[in-house]
Design a protein around this ligand. Structure first.
Ligand code: IPM
Ligand code: MG
Length: 357
């Protein structure tokens, strides 16, 4: 088969980690007889510098015409003081919205060979951790009205969070589908003791799940308590569903608990099979261009694309087990390095994974 993949390398370490993932895809293509075509498109700061906007129209058009999209990362110090419409992050939010990708799945898994890299005590992680965060991605405070004003001589700013029942229902459906294939337990995270949107969220999640997925047991957890529980007792979680902003925050925490944020990938999907796949970490401008960034999260993102957009499950499994073998042999990038292992560059890590395929 032939697949057309739009690649949005973005900023900082984005281009180098995308390189690694592309190498792995090419190797998988050779082994399984697929042809992957890559089209590189600008987004983020790189697009601002060249085209004066973080998301040129042609980037959106070509992503919508592709079979799926691979993204590196956006952002950097250079653009930190730009007005909000000219910030790299706006490009990422814009492409998620333009492609209708309301469902962001972020699996945080502890790799057995990396248990040492977890900041938690061994007894808390020894049985493995796998927390799948299902984050609503095109609504909430990220996309609500916002503004600035002045009152009695003092400047102020405001953002708003809004969620509709259909928006909550469709993300609940995705989370329930996942939960029903796994533990049949879903934790819905909100702040219903304070926020009106959270009260609607809670009610809608329960009603929808009870009606369409009676086999799934839904429990509520307040977001502050969730942040605490993730470090106190991470094994209690399986599938978690939450709003855009809470999902952003909790997924970084869950990632770090499993060892390194450099290992976690995410998929963003809407109603079709075309998705956007990216590592959950950022552009890390402080280490960009030094070939020390860990490409594994982006390689896993590419693997998720094969499985979730193209239904290539054997190819997905092949990549994951190649990564496992490389880790078992003791190869580590700097972020996951521990004693008695061998430290390698980012490009070498990608090559080692290709060699295992
Ligand atoms: C993420 C990132 C983005 C977000 C930023 C870069 C806009 O933190 O994907 O988690 O907040 O969604
Ligand atoms: Mg984030």
């Amino acid at each position: 088969m032939n697949y057309r993949i739009a690649v949005l390398p973005g900023d900082g370490i984005g281009p180098e980690i995308c390189d690694g993932a592309i190498k792995v895809l090419k190797k998988i293509g050779q082994k399984f007889g697929h042809e992957f075509e890559f089209e590189f498109l600008p987004i983020g700061g790189a697009a601002i510098d060249k085209y004066g906007t973080p998301l040129p129209d042609f980037t959106v058009e070509k992503c919508l015409a592709s079979d799926s999209v691979l993204l590196g990362a956006v952002g950097g110090y250079k653009w930190d003081n730009m007005p909000v419409d000219k910030r790299p992050e706006k490009g990422l939010l814009g492409i998620r919205k333009a492609m209708g990708l309301y469902s962001n799945i972020r699996p945080a898994k502890l790799w057995p060979s990396l248990a040492q890299a977890s900041p938690l005590k061994h007894e808390l992680v020894k049985d493995g951790i796998e927390i799948i965060i299902v984050r609503e991605l095109t609504g909430g405070i990220y996309f609500g009205e916002r503004g600035r004003g002045e009152e009695n001589g003092a400047a102020y700013a405001w953002d708003t969070e809004k969620y509709s029942v259909p928006e909550i229902e469709r993300i609940t459906r995705i989370a329930c589908e996942l939960a029903s294939k796994r533990s049949k337990k879903l934790i819905s995270v909100d702040k219903a003791n304070v926020l009106e949107t959270s009260r609607l969220w809670r009610k809608t999640v329960h009603e929808y799940a009870a009606k369409h997925f009676p086999e799934v047991e839904v429990t509520d957890m307040l977001v502050d308590n969730t942040a605490m529980q993730i470090v106190k007792n991470p094994t209690q979680f399986d599938v978690v569903v939450t709003s855009n902003m809470f999902g952003d925050i909790l997924s970084d925490e869950a990632a770090q608990v499993t060892g390194s944020i450099g290992m976690l990938a995410s998929s963003s999907l809407g109603d079709g099979t075309r998705g956007l796949y990216e590592p959950i970490h950022g552009s890390a401008p402080d280490i960009a261009g030094q070939d020390i960034a860990n490409p594994i999260a982006t390689i896993l993102a590419a693997a998720m694309m094969l499985r979730d957009s193209f239904s290539l499950t054997a190819e997905y499994n092949e990549i994951v087990s190649a990564i496992e073998r490389v880790l078992d042999k003791g190869w580590r990038t700097a972020d996951i390095y521990s004693e008695n292992c061998t430290k390698v560059s980012g490009s070498r890590m990608a090559q080692l994974i290709c060699d295992e395929i």
